[in-house]
Design a protein around this ligand. Structure first.
Ligand code: S3P
Length: 429
């Protein structure tokens, strides 16, 4: 699909966005192995989270509902059944990596695969701990999907995470639910903690002590009624659009503001962005609030170390903002960006070059000088949702009509993106 984008004269409105992708995956997966029903409201409409629902249904868990409202009839820790066909994770790294932790604890074998992009993403990071726990995991070339998982009796481990990854942390904690005794993960830098919060909500016995998260095996998990907050990583595109385009003000309600996700807001505020949170409350252990952002010049800055891990999904759109900032943006320690849905360092730089934006590609980062003009261009999503949406935002600030090829990629996390975006934009006469 080709999407045309005109430059915006202003951008704004009061909007709500789809449910958080990370939280939706976790609620659905834990609900499937809890006892009793879990009602989930505002479930992510993204294709990734539907891949998760498809997988748990194939494991014999009845899933009722549509759109954003689902009831998952949990089968308990040992109630999943052997899938009749291979499990399809689609484009979703979270589905394959996190669900593998549950599959490793089953008494049956399963095979899980993904699309072309997912089939190139590394899986050793979960194969290593799962193997240490006693599961057998085979992969194409020993590292890529499809994965063949021969589950069984697992032993608890103490696992220091070699890469900061919430998906790997979750995989090990999920497998730990099936091991007798305590399984722990130690993180080098703190990653998103939705798994810890959700496991507690469902009744697991989990202790967090600084960077160490320990879960007791064989807990009794009980179905719950849950509402997913809106996705801050989706909100990021609208916040940056409002900052970039003159005469703009956007207000987004009900957004998940978990402190392990909200580094984006601190980073933007630190650059001088006019951004505020007029209200904040807690729901099911997650912070939720409204964010208001107004057009403002921003200074630019450096993203490195633990901050890179905390902002990893927002880097494409922050790189775009950086090109319009006063001092530019430097992104370091971001080797993980090369193994996302695309090599995002490469795909950001390619689209920037098309728009006449200078950017220097580093082995594990990017340097984008500030005060640059955005030329209207033919852009490409390269099949990556966050690249499609980040460059849609750039196109709003360009000097003419831009075109994005492969725009349908946005639906991986946000199927309504193009309608919401055009609903917010006022175009020049
Ligand atoms: C996610 C963790 C991050 C992030 C991804 C979602 C999660 O990946 O990029 O979009 O829900 O746990 P890594 O665990 O690979 O860092």
């Amino acid at each position: 699909m080709i999407q045309r984008i005109l430059p915006a004269a202003s951008f704004g409105g009061s909007i709500t966005l789809p449910g958080d992708k990370s939280i939706s995956h976790r609620y659905a997966m834990i609900a499937s192995i809890a006892e009793g029903d879990t009602r989930i409201s505002n479930y992510s409409t993204g294709a990734d989270c539907h891949s998760t629902l498809g997988c748990i249904a194939a494991l014999g868990v009845p899933v009722e509902g549509q759109g954003t409202e689902y009831i998952i009839h949990g089968k308990g820790l040992d109630g999943l059944s052997a899938p009749e066909r291979d499990l399809d994770a689609g484009n979703s790294g979270s589905t394959i990596r996190m669900l593998s932790g549950i599959l490793a604890g089953q008494r049956f074998n399963s095979r899980i695969f993904g699309d072309e992009s997912l089939s190139r993403r590394p899986m050793q990071r979960i194969m290593k701990p799962l193997t240490e726990m006693g599961a057998h995991v085979a992969a194409r070339e020993d590292k890529f999907p499809p994965l063949e998982i021969r589950g069984g009796k697992l032993r608890p481990i103490e696992y220091p995470l070699p890469v900061p990854s919430a998906q790997v942390k979750t995989c090990v904690l999920f497998a730990g639910l099936y091991a007798e005794g305590e399984t722990s993960v130690t993180e080098p830098v703190r990653s998103r903690d939705h798994t810890e919060i959700a496991l507690r909500e469902f009744g697991a016995d989990l202790v967090v002590d600084r960077g160490r998260i320990a879960v007791k095996g064989r807990p009794k998990l009980t179905g719950r009624d849950l509402t997913v907050p809106s996705d801050l990583s989706s909100a990021a595109f609208f916040l940056v659009a409002a900052l970039l385009v003159p005469h703009s003000r956007v207000s987004i309600r009900g957004v998940g503001l978990n402190p392990t996700r909200s580094a984006l807001l601190d980073f933007l505020a630190g650059m001088g962005a006019r951004i505020r949170i007029p209200d904040l409350e807690s729901a099911h252990g997650e912070l939720v609030g409204e964010i208001v952002a107004e057009h403002s010049p921003v200074r630019g800055g450096t993203i490195e170390g633990g901050l890179t891990a905390a902002l990893i999904d927002e880097i494409p759109v922050l790189a775009v903002l950086g090109a319009a900032s006063e001092e530019g943006i430097t992104i370091k320690d971001a080797g993980e960006l090369r193994i996302k849905e695309t090599d995002r360092i490469r795909t950001i730089v390619e689209n920037m070059r098309s728009m006449g934006i200078q950017a220097e590609e580093l082995a594990d980062g990017l340097v984008v000088p500030g005060r640059q003009r955005f030329r209207a261009a033919e852009l490409d999503s390269f099949g990556d949702h966050r690249i499609a949406m980040a460059f849609a935002v750039a196109a709003l600030a360009a000097d003419g009509e831009s075109v994005i090829h492969g725009a349908e990629a946005a639906s991986v996390s946000f199927p309504g993106f193009w309608d919401v975006l055009s609903g917010c934009a006022e175009f020049h006469n």
